[in-house]
Design a protein around this ligand. Structure first.
Ligand code: 1HN
Length: 345
């Protein structure tokens, strides 16, 4: 490959003149912008053990009242992107949010898409677009772009959930903003019942009351049961994985990030192909290793880790007699829409 000229090769007076005219020579930067063969992700494989995070989050509960935080969150910041960028990967933001009994996180809406994966506690609920969504461990709750949302907690113990947003991307696009709003009226009961059975959707006899996001809450009990049925029905199936989709269209549940649940059979080791999008793994249940390049993370329940794109990831269940269950988030919908998705096997 041809060595290209460096900035230092150019006379200082020429460089000064370029700078004054807001001009930059491409050739000294070309290889960094367009590296040979494959990208050089800034995203580093990173593990956030819940045992380390939880006490710090509880301390935030003592140090900062909800009124001073609006959202009491510790951000899972990827060291490859630096602490200020608040990103787990190029397009994904991760945060652990704490809501204490009696607290209320007020209504707002914003341009980034969010989802919540409930990690611990009972009695909290998120109201999204007027729909009351109870939060139980392992539930996935969507807060798509533009929908009003607020969180309330009527239980007795702390509730913690993992927020996954496409904030880094929307912020990069200079399209990130929010609007505050009044407390929402509950206009519909928890709406997951209508879509609770596979292949069955409401008939729009008198026309659709079409909501762009018909299903906002995906209960863990249903996702877990679907994984167990899949594993039982197809004993030879290598990857027991489900995708969270929009039940009316079958497309990904949200436009930019993809969400999945993965079951590892007892003792199973599974190599996932190297694909272009970065991935996030959150262990809902069990004990499993996540190997990314030369690093191996031993995940305990409620641990979270991430892997850069273009990297094969190997998941291994450490238990010989119990299954393990992961929640996975990735950047696949975005990569596919942009035409940059690759599967390198
Ligand atoms: C947000 O709206 C929530 O509603 C949580 O709970 C985390 C991080 C960045 C921007 C908005 C929430 C967020 C957020």
């Amino acid at each position: 490959m041809q060595e290209l000229g460096r900035l230092e090769d150019l006379p200082q007076d020429y460089r000064d003149e370029l700078a004054q005219s807001n001009l930059v020579p491409l050739w000294p930067n070309l290889r960094a912008m367009l590296p040979p063969g494959q990208p050089r992700p800034r995203t580093l494989a990173t593990h956030w053990p819940y045992a380390a995070l939880r006490p710090l989050l509880m301390r935030a509960g003592e140090l900062t009242p909800i009124e001073k935080a609006e959202r009491r969150v510790l951000v899972l910041a990827n060291p490859g992107h630096g602490p200020d960028s608040m990103q787990a990967s190029a397009a994904m933001y991760l945060g652990m949010q704490l809501l204490l009994p009696g607290e209320w996180a007020p209504a707002h809406r914003h341009t980034p898409n969010a989802v919540r994966m409930v990690v611990e506690g009972e009695g909290a609920c998120t109201t999204v677009d007027g729909e009351r969504c109870p939060m139980e461990r392992g539930d996935l709750i969507l807060t798509p772009t533009g929908l009003w949302h607020e969180h309330a907690h009527e239980g007795t113990a702390p509730v913690v959930w993992l927020d996954v947003l496409d904030l880094p991307l929307v912020h990069y696009l200079e399209a990130s903003y929010h609007v505050d709003g009044p407390r929402q009226a509950i206009t519909q009961a928890a709406g997951d019942g209508a879509y609770a059975r596979g292949g069955i959707v409401p008939t729009p006899v008198f026309g659709r009351t079409q909501r762009a996001y018909p299903m906002l809450r995906y209960p863990w009990a249903q996702a877990r049961a679907a994984l167990q049925s899949l594993a039982a029905d197809q004993p030879a199936l290598a990857s027991v994985q489900i995708t969270y989709v929009n039940p009316e269209t079958g497309a990904d549940a949200q436009n930019i990030l993809g969400f999945y649940a993965q079951m590892l059979r007892p003792g199973q080791t599974l190599r996932l192909p190297a694909r272009s999008p970065a991935m996030v793994f959150h262990l809902i249940e069990g004990a499993a290793d996540v190997q990314v390049q030369e690093q191996c993370f031993a995940l305990a329940e409620a641990d979270t880790c991430c892997a850069p794109g273009y990297t094969a990831v190997t998941l291994a269940n450490r238990s010989a007699d119990q299954p393990a269950f992961f929640f996975i988030a990735d950047e696949s919908p975005l990569h596919r829409k942009l035409g940059v998705f690759e599967n390198r096997g």
